[in-house]
Design a protein around this ligand. Structure first.
Ligand code: ADP
Length: 457
């Protein structure tokens, strides 16, 4: 039999408390006034703090209260539960699934169960340290990888910048194109950056070769212009000094020479102007891919030229000139088909005249037993009009043939004839501007055939 509540036994034996105690767990039982009545082994009498509010809340029958506090500098989690007195007999104890009494006598005390949080705290500390360290390692790793990637990606760009700056610095005065022989290294790469570097290098290749060509052209032009000027200057100076002593025949010859040289000079200047103009037109028509489309459209907007009419008309004109000059070279008309092309008629006429003049110039009237002959024919081949100008002249050697379209190039055998070495370059530039091309076939001593290919209208 239990005494009726409220009561508190003088001696309460609770062997099971210590039996179930874990290491780091302390248990205390307090009476309603908050005095410690029992405590588990190893616990100290003043160990687990309990605020007045919590004590009153537990005594008022509220559900178990959990709080965190410090005991002797140790971080602990405490659960405060009410201790009820039995009502009379043991059957009155009905235990809830959570371990509390479903009903019983009045609350006579408080059970405090404290569990040290040291393990959890140190595990948390370890976890925090690990997270911090791994975060730091990730950060450092990311920085290092980004740095490596950035340097790898940017190294060729730095090369580009340095090279471009070096070229810009050496051309700063605008008077000469700087050291274009510099190239950027790819550093063994195969990616998009390598493509950028390759494109930059090939742009430098083109610029370098264009600059060299231009320098050579200026040097050649100066040389070609100086030669007739020297003759004119020399002849006139000689005539001025010795006019009275010279026989009239010699005076006439010297004047005729000077006059001929002025004609040559005039032709040279005329051809140089033509080339400069063609280059300027070419620069305007071929600049960027989008503009090429515009250029193609503009070619299609050009007037239609009846090429067969133009050819026949030119042949008639040249024949009249040959008659006047008493030339023995025959100018024949071969197979001529009616053909229409688009383009500037003046350019087309200039090209045909250059080729006809060359064919006649390099074809001796009397070539041994055979009379020199130039034949002009015009036909369609697919979408192209092809104009052939065939001659039975001196021909061009295989060493010279690849160079005849270069500016100022003249084969040695041609040196005895008048010429500037610019005619074929002009013809080629004009034809290419019309979207066509010129080809040449030749056998030394037998003759040559120049073919002009132009797209049909
Ligand atoms: P040129 O004023 O010397 O004729 P071109 O540019 O017209 O200059 O021709 C370049 C060179 O090509 C000539 O010097 C000549 O050696 C050669 N050539 C051109 N046309 C013929 C041809 N029909 N027969 C033989 N050689 C030719």
């Amino acid at each position: 039999m239990f005494p009726y509540p409220p009561y508190w036994p003088q001696q309460l034996l609770l062997p099971t408390i210590d039996t179930y105690r874990d290491p780091g767990v302390a248990i205390e039982i307090l009476d309603a006034q908050g005095h410690i009545r029992y405590y588990s082994e190893g616990d100290t009498a003043t160990s687990i703090p309990l605020s007045v509010a919590t004590r009153q809340a537990v005594l008022a029958g509220q559900p178990p209260i959990l709080y965190t506090t410090n005991v002797d500098d140790e971080h602990v989690r405490v659960e405060a539960l009410p201790v009820r007195a039995p009502l009379g007999n043991s059957e009155d104890f009905v235990v809830n699934p959570d371990g509390t009494l479903a009903h019983g006598g009045p609350i006579i005390g408080i059970l405090l169960v404290a569990k040290s949080l040291n393990d959890i705290d140190s595990a948390l500390f370890l976890l925090k340290t690990l997270i911090l360290l791994s975060g730091l390692a990730t950060l450092v790793g990311t920085l290092v990888i980004s740095w490596i990637l950035a340097t790898r990606v940017l190294r060729p760009l730095t090369g580009l910048v340095i090279t471009a700056r070096a070229i810009a610095a050496s051309t700063a005065r605008g008077t000469r194109l700087g050291n274009l022989s510099q190239r950027v290294h790819r550093h063994g790469r195969q990616d998009e950056m390598a493509q950028v570097v390759d494109t930059f290098n090939s742009m430098l290749d083109s610029l370098e070769s264009a600059t060299q060509t231009q320098r050579r052209f200026v040097a050649d032009a100066s040389h070609e212009l100086r030669a007739p000027l020297t003759t004119i200057q020399g002849n006139l100076a000689f005539l001025q000094r010795h006019l009275s002593e010279l026989p009239p025949e010699e005076q006439r010859t010297m004047l005729a020479d000077a006059h001929e040289e002025t004609l040559r000079l005039a032709q040279l200047v005329e051809e140089l102007l033509l080339l400069a103009r063609s280059d300027a037109n070419e620069d305007r028509s071929v600049t960027a891919p989008e503009e090429m489309v515009v250029a193609e459209k503009s070619t299609s907007l050009q007037p239609i030229v009846e090429l067969d009419h133009t050819v026949l008309q030119l042949v008639r004109q040249v024949r009249r000139r040959l008659d006047v000059e008493g030339s023995q070279v025959k100018l024949e008309i071969g197979h001529i088909e009616p053909v229409r092309v688009r383009g500037d008629e003046e350019s087309i006429r200039r090209t045909i005249v250059i080729l006809l003049d060359n064919a006649l110039k390099y074809t001796p009237g009397n070539n041994g037993a055979n009379t020199g002959c130039v034949t002009v024919s015009l036909k369609r081949k697919g979408t192209q009009a092809v104009l052939h100008i065939h001659d039975t002249g001196i021909g061009i050697g295989p060493d010279d043939l690849p160079h005849i379209f270069e500016r100022f190039y003249r084969a040695d055998r041609a040196r005895s004839r008048q010429g500037t070495g610019l005619g074929l370059s002009i013809a080629q530039t004009e034809v290419e501007r019309l979207g066509g091309r010129i080809t040449a076939e030749s056998t030394l001593g037998k003759g040559s055939t120049f073919s002009v290919w132009l797209p049909l209208a």
